[in-house]
Write a protein that binds this ligand. Sequence first.
Ligand code: ASP
Length: 148
Amino acid sequence: GETLTQGTVGAVAVDGKRDLAAATSTGGMTNKMAGRVGDSPVVGAGTYAKNGTVAASATGAGEVFLRGAATATISDLIEFGGRDLAGAVYEVLVERLPRLGGTGGVIALNAQGVFDAPHSSEGMLHGYLTEDGRLVTKVFADESPANR
Ligand code: ASP
């Protein structure tokens, strides 16, 4: 897989009332067909938030996120499959999506503040801010947790 540095920007957040929110902005894929609608603006594909399950924002090969209803499936695995956040995101990103023919990653957060950012691409630039004010940024999965 490739390192994802195409310029897609996603955000996931939880507030004091445990409301979850997700957003994704992208220029799409390089050399995309005119008129292509990617996964980013499609709720349940590249972007999804549901109170009680997960807020998720995706980057990568949009076609497979659309075909796999990727972020809605993460939520459904948690809601109906009894999975925890880490198990659900790993199953969708690492096990299911590559079989549909593409790679990518997500940032995912739940109301308890559990955060995960799995990717089947080689790397994915992402960061998060902890409750105690620690700023963490990463590119590769095996990177040491905190750089600051
Ligand atoms: N997922 C986006 C799309 O397919 C591209 C990206 O994440 O870079 O439009």
